[in-house]
Design a protein around this ligand. Sequence first.
Ligand code: NAD
Length: 255
Amino acid sequence: MSIITVTGSASGIGAAVCEQLKEQGHTVIGIDRQKADVVADLSTAQGRKAAADQAIKSSNGKLDGLVCCAGLGVTAPSSSLLVSVNYFGTTELIGLLQSALSKSESPAITVIGSVAATQQVAKPHNLVELMLNNDESAARELADELGQPHVAYSSSKYALTLHCRRLAVKHGSNGIRLNVVAPGAVETPLHEASKNDPRFGEAVRNFIAPIGRNGQPSEIADAVTFLQSPKASFIHGSVIYVDGGMDAMMRKGNM
Ligand code: NAD
């Protein structure tokens, strides 16, 4: 069976992904700030390097998969921290683990984006450009200057999704499949904190998917484990919405 690294393994979607992968017989190397095989802080360059070094060491230099779930929501201590974890914590780790992944027969990466990436606030934003230009210090500075965590969040997920799509095209021939899963509202500690936030709580509570309920972490993990499996061997560069119809509702009239 395969060796798969999962970030954000201690909670919510990441924990559900780890559980399913282990049930399927895979070896999982979890990375998180706490309660993980590899305890590391993905908000800093040193933390990302330490996480990658330990994951490579634990897998003897060959990894079959990477699932990037670590992330912060709108209740993050600061917008700069959110940008560092959600965008740079994922994109830099992918770069650091690429060579270990390329040693596998059929490596696959799944990145957790968000349905929030399709919200209009993210797209034209300078913050997206700074992230895509890999300028972490300028992106952090602008994010804090704006002081709008919902803009930082959707911009981080928009930039992350675009980065992954570009990477999938650029590196298609190196054999590493790369896809994004974009969840809607999923009942996790991150979502609970947003629901209780005095600034965003009401909007979050009222944002109900057409299917009439929020998702469970296991429903996101179902999509992730499918994408990591050989059954998804021709799926590459895709964004799969697992959102109870939220994207269809928000972008009705668009593909
Ligand atoms: P969660 O808070 O339950 O889990 C997030 C995990 O990321 C935690 O274990 C946390 O410790 C880890 N993490 C945060 N900062 C880190 C850092 N600096 N270094 C290492 N690990 C760090 O939240 P969740 O809802 O399971 O979120 C998982 C992913 O799903 C996130 O990327 C989130 O943006 C995305 N998402 C969640 C929802 C939702 O409604 N829950 C919707 C769309 C997208």
